[in-house]
Design a protein around this ligand. Structure first.
Ligand code: 5GP
Ligand code: ZN
Length: 119
């Protein structure tokens, strides 16, 4: 599961498909979603090709911890206002019935003023 030749997110990590990069280290890559649902909308992915949350196990605990601790830091850097007035939404779609379209594990981080939400 290191890289999948047919996976668009593996190609983004490899630089074979361009993206607007938000963050990169040895384990993770973050980039703006090409079709944003919110004023701030980026994706955090492991460089390792894990198809979805359904394949995550104890061996991925540190990696998943890195993703979830990076999310709030990048959210603020990308313009989300601070908690509690501001904030952000974290979503991970999993499998067909979970609405997943790209089968390389990714965390959506979305925020900014969203007038379609009450309040
Ligand atoms: P899913 O539905 O699998 O949770 O979300 C996949 C997300 O990836 C979608 O929000 C879609 O807009 C985004 N996406 C798909 N292809 C590309 C691409 O080539 N580049 C970027 N930056 N985002 C993409
Ligand atoms: Zn992949």
């Amino acid at each position: 599961m290191s890289a999948d030749a047919n996976c668009i997110f593996c190609k983004i990590v490899a630089g074979q498909i361009p993206s607007r990069k938000v963050f990169e280290d040895e384990d993770l890559f973050a980039f703006h979603d090409i079709a944003p649902w919110a004023p701030v909308h980026f994706l955090i992915i492991p460089k390792l090709h894990i198809p979805s949350m359904a394949q995550v196990g104890p061996e991925h605990a540190a990696l998943m911890g890195k993703i979830m601790t990076l999310a709030p830091q990048l959210a603020i850097e990308q313009g989300c206002r601070p908690y509690p007035e501001g904030g952000f939404r974290i979503v991970t779609n999993t499998g067909a019935e979970g609405g997943q379209e790209v089968h390389h594990l990714h965390v959506h981080v979305m925020g900014g003023p969203r007038p379609w939400l009450k309040g």
